[in-house]
Write a protein that binds this ligand. Structure first.
Ligand SMILES: NC(=O)c1ccc[n+]([C@@H]2O[C@H](COP(=O)([O-])OP(=O)(O)OC[C@H]3O[C@@H](n4cnc5c(N)ncnc54)[C@H](O)[C@@H]3O)[C@@H](O)[C@H]2O)c1
Length: 386
């Protein structure tokens, strides 16, 4: 594989030199995207670091490979660094990158606590660099359109926002990395779990739609955490928020569904509702009284492309660190919370085409009820939560 030389138009900002930290797991996606954008002349892919060597043909010719992010940053002058490493390594690597003079695309969740959030914000301010957080759903053009519709009153008065996530994760998912399913690892907080990691976009997207994504966004916050798998972290949880404007935002999530479903965030109003399938950029609009929903598919701007545009033209960042403040409040509540074990009589271990996975009986309905009735599982008197 070779890298296309970027064309630097006269007078245009030269494409940034981009380095990637974390090449496997989700990092493989970052590598592919860097290769793609390099091919379009949007960036120069200069280096990648991971403790595990790159796969054969993973890196184009000319991309230097390192096993250590600090060594990489000291040797190559990167303008932008993308980070897709385990959650508890985010802050130190992001700070290194900022202090080396780079802007950062940092995977979600950005950090493991509110105090780390403040520390990262300080590092960005001191260095004059920016952090874009990898909530890629915030790059969906559906968000702007939904916010416009809400402001224009096209859904009537907004009465609530509900997030529903029903995913299935196999036992192998929890065994893929030493930090998976952990709240702490060797005394360091990891804060993995359904709310903070795999279905984190549901909360981040709901808060963005509610206009409550900064630190001050949530006025009231409650989390209820359960686990059915043999892990430390939560796999089935409810997040209840009331925003500063009094809007209820409730997200109910599980990784113990019988089937994998497309997660969504729904805006409910007195004149209709809009269901946003945020992984697919699809919105289903339903006017009050209509049986048939109108389906609209939107485009999406990649967060790395947006960060490059921000550097070149000052374009607004789609997922700046400040917009993860509300989410980080939720994460911090999860960090301080204590997941309750669901008795095994309420779940079963299934073996099917997905692999071996735990399924909580009837969880699909409980998740939907919690999200739309804005109540926790225990307030609904779900049997597994008694
Ligand atoms: N935006 C999304 O949709 C999305 C999806 C999946 C994961 N993620 C996020 O990506 C991050 C990584 O998750 P994952 O599931 O791929 O993790 P993983 O453990 O499967 O992979 C992490 C990679 O980082 C490498 N690594 C670990 N420590 C390192 C270090 N100090 N320096 C350099 N490399 C190091 C590992 O060798 C591994 O290749 C997490 O923050 C996760 O939440 C985001």
């Amino acid at each position: 594989m070779t890298q296309t030389a970027p064309q630097d138009r006269a007078g245009a900002t030269p494409p940034p030199r981009v380095a990637v930290v974390g090449m496997h797991g989700y990092g493989a996606q970052h590598v592919r995207h860097a290769v793609e954008l390099a091919g379009r002349g949007r960036l120069v892919f200069v280096a990648a670091a991971d403790r595990v060597p790159a796969a054969a043909d993973q890196l184009p010719d000319g991309v230097r490979e390192f096993t250590d992010a600090a060594e990489m940053l000291a040797e190559v002058g990167a303008d932008v660094v993308t980070i897709a490493t385990p959650i508890h390594t985010h802050l130190p690597i992001a700070e290194l990158a900022l202090r080396a003079g780079a802007d950062v695309l940092l995977e979600k969740p950005p950090v493991t606590s509110l105090s780390q959030f403040e520390e990262l914000g300080r590092a960005a301010a001191e260095t004059g660099r920016v952090v874009q957080v990898g909530f890629q759903s915030l790059g969906s053009h559906a968000i702007g359109e939904l916010r416009r519709m809400m402001a224009a009153g096209e859904l009537g008065e907004i009465t609530g926002i509900s997030g529903v996530g029903r995913w299935l994760r196999t036992l192998d998912y929890w065994r893929r990395s030493p930090w998976a399913g952990r709240r702490q690892l060797d005394g360091v907080e990891v804060v993995d779990g359904v709310v903070t990691n795999p279905l984190a976009h549901a909360t981040a997207t709901a808060l963005r739609l509610a206009g409550a994504d900064t630190l001050e966004g949530p006025a009231e916050l409650e989390v209820e955490l359960f686990r059915a798998n043999s892990i430390e972290a939560d796999d089935t949880s409810v997040v209840r928020i009331v925003t500063a404007t009094g809007l209820p935002v409730t997200v109910a999530l599980t990784l113990c569904a019988g089937e994998q479903e497309t997660p969504f965030v729904e805006v409910t109003g007195t004149a209709g509702s809009a269901r946003f399938f945020y992984t697919d950029d699809v919105v289903e609009l339903r006017r009050a009284g209509d049986d048939v929903a109108q389906r609209v598919v939107f485009d999406r701007t990649s967060l790395l492309d947006n960060l490059i545009e921000h550097r070149a033209t000052g374009a607004t960042l789609l997922s700046p660190l400040t917009s993860s403040g509300g989410f980080t409040r939720v994460l911090d509540a999860v960090r301080r919370g204590r997941p309750r074990q669901i008795p095994s009589s309420f779940s079963e271990l299934r073996e099917d085409e997905h692999g071996r996975h735990v399924v909580i009986g009837g969880i699909e309905d409980w998740v939907e009820r919690a999200a739309f009735e804005h109540r926790t599982f225990s307030a609904l008197d779900a049997p597994f939560a008694r």
